[in-house]
Design a protein around this ligand. Structure first.
Ligand code: NAG
Ligand code: NAG
Ligand code: ZN
Length: 425
């Protein structure tokens, strides 16, 4: 009897997958003027819409709109003479397709063998957790696993340290990178896993292993990430429920103690809610403590996000750091290295100050790195790779997972070599 009920429960779950996105449409709004951009951004706030890409003149807004709000949005846009295109009328169909493509890819390959972590899959929190444990066990001379603390819901947040000298040689610079601070940006995970692969398992760049120490935190927001797998694929924040379940979550990339709350939302339901105080969240405290512990040896910090093909530096308020020129030049070097091997249909990377390229945003991890003295602190926005016939932002086609890892590694290498050559000179 219990078996039967269990089966029904499972079946019910399978049927319900992505139901919450039934009829949600993805709008592309290529605004022509600042006024139009302001209108679009105003509408996204008042209608509480999910912004995938912020509208700017020259850069289309991409916005996910629930069924019941489509007419309202379209009326407002039409009344103001703003053109729009519906990229897909029902995103649930694409979510089902994403599941299907990833499931097929995972059937084709073997995850079990450590030395052949195939780059055609998006690994779950649990799979990554097991992988990190196994890696540290298999390469004790080079890899140290750190269990840094627990997320809001109590999941372990683990990072690895990669060093040929057990982090004791202080003449080496440290490169620190993290991914998945924003839960739905799945394609960022293969970027950090690929770097781990190239630094530990398939080493072809001896200099980067010998002369640089690495700290890599693949899942900076485990609760949000699990939530995207089991509940809401486009969840961005963590899963703090102090403001009630209806408006759960803090935008971790607005929660750092740098210009906190100056350009972020005070509204718990917003996707850019900055939390109740700077570092109110256990997840951001862990990143903060890494900066504190390793101090000025951290020369390069990369917070990997998606999407938009950008390398951004601070401050999110528009104020430039003292070494702004060097930040820009090293950013360009990394971007050029990626552009040289990118998919031809993806745009070239844009490099610049986040407020100048995109919009004002305060309390980000990248800005925090800059404020505590990391000379080269960046936010990468990986491209929105092709999905089916179009570019659908956060959706992942297994055909481009390895490419995402490979091309991003070209940028990381360039940045790491720059700091290796210039540290303590
Ligand atoms: C997976 O493992 C099986 C059995 O070891 C092997 O026959 C098959 O070729 C492997 N597939 C891949 C994609 O490596
Ligand atoms: C943000 O913080 C930085 C570092 O403390 C400071 O230089 C800058 O002036 C602040 N920006 C604003 C708009 O207050
Ligand atoms: Zn992000």
């Amino acid at each position: 009897m219990w078996k039967v009920i269990g089966l029904f429960a499972l079946f019910g779950l399978a049927l319900a997958k992505h139901e919450n996105y039934e009829g949600h449409a993805l709008y592309e709004i290529p605004v022509k003027t600042t006024d139009q951009a302001e209108l679009v951004n105003y509408l996204t706030v008042t209608l509480d819409l999910d912004v995938w890409s912020h509208a700017l003149p020259g850069r289309a807004g991409v916005i996910l709109v629930p069924k019941e709000k489509k007419a309202l949005l379209q009326n407002e846009l039409s009344a103001a003479g703003v053109e729009f295109k519906i990229q897909t009328d029902n995103i649930k169909e694409l979510l089902d397709l994403e599941d299907q493509l990833l499931a097929e890819a995972s059937k084709r390959s073997n995850v079990s063998r450590l030395n052949s972590l195939p780059f055609d899959q998006i690994y779950t929190y649990h799979q990554v957790d097991v992988f990190l444990d196994q890696l540290a066990e298999a390469y004790p001379d080079r890899v140290t696993l750190v269990n840094a603390g627990k997320s809001f819901e109590g999941r372990d947040i683990k990072y690895i340290k990669i060093s040929t000298t057990n982090f004791e040689d202080t003449s080496k610079p440290i490169v620190f990178m993290e991914s998945l601070l924003h839960a739905r940006e799945w394609i960022t995970l293969p970027a950090t896993l690929y770097a781990i692969h190239k630094l530990v398992i398939d080493v072809t760049e001896q200099d980067l292993v010998q002369d640089v120490d690495w700290i890599i935190l693949p899942i900076a927001n485990p609760d949000g990430y699990v939530h995207t797998h089991v509940e809401s694929r486009f969840w961005r924040k963590n899963r703090n429920t102090n403001s009630g379940i209806a408006c759960a979550g803090v935008d971790l990339n607005r929660n750092f103690d740098i210009n906190w709350s100056q350009a972020s939302s005070n509204f718990a339901c917003s996707d850019t809610f900055h939390g109740s105080a700077p570092f109110s969240e256990p997840e951001t405290q862990i990143t903060r403590d890494i900066f504190k512990q390793y101090g000025d040896r951290i020369q390069l910090f990369l917070d990997i996000h998606s999407f938009g093909s950008m390398i951004l530096y601070g401050y999110g308020t528009g104020v430039l750091p003292e070494n702004g020129l060097f930040l820009h030049l090293v950013g360009i070097r990394m971007a050029s290295a990626i552009d040289a091997v990118k998919m031809s249909w993806n745009p070239d990377y844009i490099v610049g100050n986040v407020a100048l390229v995109l919009y004002q945003a305060s309390g980000s991890a990248g800005d925090y790195g800059t404020s505590v003295g990391v000379p080269f602190s960046y936010t990468y926005e990986l491209p929105g790779y092709r999905f089916g016939l179009g570019g659908f932002g956060f959706l992942v086609d297994p055909d481009f997972i390895e490419q995402a890892g490979f091309e991003t590694w070209e940028g990381i290498k360039e940045g790491a070599r720059y700091v290796r050559e210039n540290y303590r000179k």
